[in-house]
Design a protein around this ligand. Structure first.
Ligand SMILES: C[S@@+](CC[C@H](N)C(=O)[O-])C[C@H]1O[C@@H](n2cnc3c(N)ncnc32)[C@H](O)[C@@H]1O
Length: 519
């Protein structure tokens, strides 16, 4: 324990500098993997003061020690201060239905010879998730000769001991159907005590997911992992590391469930995305399916040239895009000398074969036909590059060559399965093919993969409006309106169908007003 700072005693408000907070934030990210934005600095300062009061240390001594060694006791105490432990039985029940009807039967089939099933609830909090899984496992009627284990782990020791006690409040059972309550719980004062046999079927351990823990992360172990509502609190680097560990510790073909707001896009491509029961989850790729390194997405466009505001009266979104293209083509026919275009064409001669700068420049100038021509003249090897494929698919869609666009999207998904852009463009193609359920499905996948992506919300809103579902239309259009205002300008250019942000916002407002929404 370090010496107390002169002049500071227990009970006094300790002085914690901005530099101390920054260091504290960095140590927490390193030890626990948790990320805290600048807006949380005051909260971090309060936590740090409380910890200093307990240990009677100076900030320097406390941080030096935290930095130098991993201290389970201090990590446990910090996790109680810093983590969010909200959970309840059957939270997001769609995922439990997918677990019971898809993941569990599939893994029981895959493991029939070994007769061994391993389930992990990673970041289990007070155990409701692991016990919900245990109830469904019991209902599956697995032969007693099987070796079945469900493990719940959490870094917060208070949560782990609460889980082990098996005593739950009415609030934790708010989504639990009455018959399930009657079957598995007995009233215990104001709480509910879980059935002893069910309690014994789950093991809980205090574990830090952000540590390289060989026992927890044994390769080829877990059939099904629930890792829900934890990733969102991690720093991006730690999230990626933990997902890699989870992936390695899972069996090929095993299932991974994340929270509703969490996605593996840009994090890992070791998993296939699955979409059933109105929910999303992932399946570990088989060993033979080589992981493809993620290539950077197109991010380097300059702001788009202002587009002409057009009235949007077309029947379908595709028609709208096509009419935009025609409008742009008319504009493009008149020569528009541009310094950037001249610079682009000079540069092409010395650029590597499939440099995309000129095509992007042409796109930025809304010269879609020329941009497409440029991409189509690239060597065939470029057809493995996700950037090329996305640009090509967007341009083909804009040109109304939808069969080719769809084929390009599917090739793109072969190399980058979690491409939100490919799914959005597929939604447009499916709509054109009069496959409304297919269009809705691809929009939903795009939104799952990238919750900040405005266009699939707008498209879903327009589809719902056309189908007469005013409630759904309002919900999607309101979300689109919100997201459009902060949508990345390169994405507006690529997916906006030739419309400017202002035009799309205006379209959104008009459509919203048409279905009784607040524009
Ligand atoms: C919001 S709860 C999620 C509970 C449950 N998975 C669910 O979705 O209902 C997040 C849990 O993750 C745990 N957690 C956060 N960081 C962790 C870490 N580094 N290692 C293990 N658990 C962690 C927290 O202690 C907390 O109990």
């Amino acid at each position: 324990m370090g010496p107390a700072r002169p002049g500071l005693r227990f009970g006094m408000r300790r002085l914690v500098s901005a530099a101390d907070i920054d260091r504290f934030r960095a140590v927490i990210a390193h030890r626990l993997g948790l990320g805290f934005e600048d807006a949380k600095s005051a909260f971090l300062a309060d936590v740090m003061r409380r910890r200093l009061d307990v240990g009677g240390q100076t900030p320097e001594a406390y941080l030096d020690r935290l930095d130098a060694e991993h201290r389970d006791d201090e990590m446990g105490a910090l996790s109680q201060e810093l983590t969010v432990s909200e959970t309840y039985f059957f939270r997001h029940n769609d995922q439990y239905r997918a677990f019971a009807e898809i993941a569990l039967p599939d893994r029981l089939g895959a493991q029939a010879a070994a007769k061994r099933l391993r389930i992990l609830s990673a970041g289990c909090a007070s155990g409701e998730e692991a016990f919900s899984l245990a109830m469904l496992v019991r209902d599956a009627g697995i032969d007693p000769s099987w070796d079945v284990a469900i493990l719940g782990v959490d870094v917060n020791p208070a949560m782990v001991s609460k889980a082990t006690r098996g005593l739950f409040s009415e609030w934790a059972l708010r989504e639990t159907p009455a018959d399930v309550r009657r079957r598995w719980f007995k009233p215990a004062g104001r709480d509910f005590a879980l059935d002893d046999t069910l309690r014994a079927s789950v093991t809980f351990e205090e574990r830090n997911l952000s540590r390289d823990d060989p026992r927890l992360w044994q390769p080829d172990t877990y059939d099904i992992v629930f890792f829900r509502n934890v990733l969102m609190y991690f720093t991006p680097e730690n999230g990626q590391t933990v997902i890699t560990r989870i992936g390695r510790a899972m069996k090929a073909g095993g299932y991974l469930f994340l929270g509703h707001a969490e996605t593996l896009r840009g994090v890992s491509d070791d998993f296939h995305l699955r979409h059933t029961h109105d929910t999303f989850y992932y399946q570990r790729k088989q060993g033979a399916e080589r992981a493809t390194p993620l290539l950077p997405a197109i991010t380097s466009f300059a702001a788009p040239a202002p587009a002409v505001i057009a009235a949007v009266e077309a029947d379908t979104w595709i028609d709208a895009i096509r009419s935009a293209c025609e409008r742009i083509e008319t504009l493009a026919r008149s020569p528009r000398p541009s310094a950037s275009a001249r610079q682009g064409s000079t540069r092409v001669a010395v650029m590597p074969t499939w440099d995309l700068d000129l095509a992007r420049e042409l796109l930025r100038e809304e010269r879609f036909a020329e941009a497409l021509d440029r991409i189509e003249r690239l060597p065939p090897e470029s057809g493995q590059d996700p950037d090329v494929l996305l640009l090509l698919a967007a341009l083909l869609t804009q040109r109304g060559r939808l069969v080719e666009a769809e084929d390009t999207c599917r090739r793109l998904l072969d190399v980058d399965e979690l491409s939100a852009g490919a799914h959005y463009l597929l939604a447009l193609c499916r709509e054109h093919a009069r496959d409304r359920p297919g269009a809705v499905n691809h929009d939903q996948v795009a939104i799952h993969l990238d919750p900040g992506f405005a266009m699939p919300h707008l498209h879903l809103g327009l589809l719902a409006r056309r189908a007469g579902d005013r409630g759904a239309a309002r919900k999607e259009l309101e979300q689109a309106l919100l997201l459009l205002q902060r949508e990345d300008s390169s994405r507006m250019l690529l997916f906006g169908g030739g419309f400017s942000r202002n035009t799309l916002v205006a379209l959104c407002r008009t459509e919203l007003a048409g279905c009784g929404g607040q524009a």
